[in-house]
Design a protein around this ligand. Structure first.
Ligand SMILES: [Zn+2]
Length: 369
């Protein structure tokens, strides 16, 4: 047998070389990922968590300033996404979120529309159609680029009042964010909060006012425009509690899709503020911890954590005498870095590897029941 081995090998190589189909077969990685999607158990609940502007250095900064630990370390599967938009090497949050929400590469500024400005169905809308309850939680205005891209379809992220109006038609069961003025102090004089109350929403001034296990459709617009930062006094319990209450409320139905955004990691990146990045990063990671705790107990929830892009071209170059991070920034804008993806729960193995940001949508869609 041993003596025949080289001949056997040559024979196999010959068969492969002579097979005209061999070169057109899908790559091993492609075949493996489609096999995974067919066999993977499907979760009842999907929670997508987006740390806006959260690159690897933002994560590292939060970890270093949090006793060298983040809840992100609990995730078994880690991948990387390519983030460029259809018209720019460096994406903005609108194109980045529309890639996640609708699976299309579109232009910077686009909210739930393709490069020709046609509306594209979002994962939230598709999930709702299949009987899931749906929710959005953010530390920005609910009309801001990231949350907007899941429920609205508008050619420009700056159209806050039009985006707010899209909420009237959107299949959203719960939303918690800022931006109340875009619903109540409008050019068209409409009061969209009244309209939403008429369609069954209960409004709460603050997410802290939402009772435990509140039933029915729920909304909280807890800031007139953009919520303040952690450094300026936003409670570090707000995002954690808003997310926990969202899970309790949506959990009254068996299946739900929930998007949670830590919106202001990005804004502190634009401000080139290391201390602010650390504060927003730890706030977001505390929320990740609370969500993971639910997912571990539940056993049937997929949690995905990622970001739309990195902000600031941030790097850590040392620490000062008080032990504070010394950061350096290469820009006041976004960068085109690869961005990490963390996944936990049924289907999480599908999220390892390197792929386009639009694949987040494809993978989530393939995991819907
Ligand atoms: Zn930004």
């Amino acid at each position: 047998m041993k003596k025949n081995f080289p001949f056997l090998l040559l024979f196999i190589l010959g068969v492969v070389a002579c097979n005209p189909k061999a070169g057109s077969e899908p790559s091993a990685a492609g075949a493996q990922s489609s096999a995974l999607s067919e066999t993977a158990p499907k979760p009842d609940r999907i929670i997508l968590m987006i740390g806006d502007g959260m690159g690897l250095t933002q994560i590292t900064a939060g970890m270093l300033m949090n006793d060298n630990y983040l809840n992100l370390e609990e995730f078994p599967y880690i991948g990387l996404i390519k983030t460029r938009s259809s018209d720019n090497l460096v994406t903005d949050s609108a194109a980045g979120a529309t890639a996640f929400s609708a699976g299309v590469k579109t232009y910077n500024g686009a909210i739930g529309v393709d490069p020709d400005k046609n509306p594209v169905p979002t994962i939230l809308e598709i999930a709702a159609e299949r009987g899931y309850s749906t929710g959005l939680v953010a530390t920005s205005s609910i009309t801001h680029a990231t949350p907007a891209s899941f429920f609205a379809h508008q050619p420009s992220r700056s159209m806050n009042e039009a985006i707010a109006k899209d909420m009237l038609q959107a299949p959203v069961d719960l939303f918690i964010g800022g931006g109340k003025d875009f619903f109540t102090k409008r050019e068209d004089q409409a009061n969209l909060v009244d309209s939403l109350k008429n369609s069954g929403f209960t409004f709460y001034e603050s997410p802290f006012d939402i009772p435990s296990n509140a039933q029915g459709k729920i909304a909280s617009l807890y800031a007139d425009k953009q919520p303040i930062s952690i450094l300026d006094g936003r409670s570090d319990e707000l995002l954690v509690q808003a997310s926990q209450k969202a899970i309790e409320n949506l959990g009254s139905k068996d299946q739900f899709f929930l998007m949670i955004e830590g919106s202001q990691i990005d804004w502190e990146g634009h401000g080139n503020n290391s201390e602010g990045i650390v504060a927003e990063m730890i706030d977001f990671d505390n929320t990740i911890g609370a969500v993971l705790e639910f997912a571990k107990e539940d056993g049937n929830t997929l949690v995905i954590v990622t970001a739309d892009h990195e902000t600031g071209g941030y790097s850590i170059v040392g620490e000062d005498e008080e032990g504070r991070l010394e950061g350096r920034f290469t820009t006041g804008g976004h960068t085109g870095d690869l961005i990490p993806v963390f996944a936990y729960g049924p289907g999480s193995e599908m999220f390892s590897g390197i792929y386009e940001n639009t694949a987040i949508f494809d993978k989530m869609k393939s995991l819907l029941k």
